[in-house]
Design a protein. Structure first.
Length: 38
């Protein structure tokens, strides 16, 4: 995935889940940290 698409993906997920974009960003960041054990 191109990094240029990340903003668009966050916007779409925000729309689907009816959550603010900042919350989507927080959740995906936490998931990434968990997956990569950071």
């Amino acid at each position: 995935m191109k990094s240029a698409y990340i903003v668009e993906v966050v916007k779409k997920l925000s729309s689907i889940y009816a959550l603010p974009e900042t919350e989507i960003a927080r959740i995906t960041t936490e998931n990434s940290k968990s997956v990569f054990r950071i």
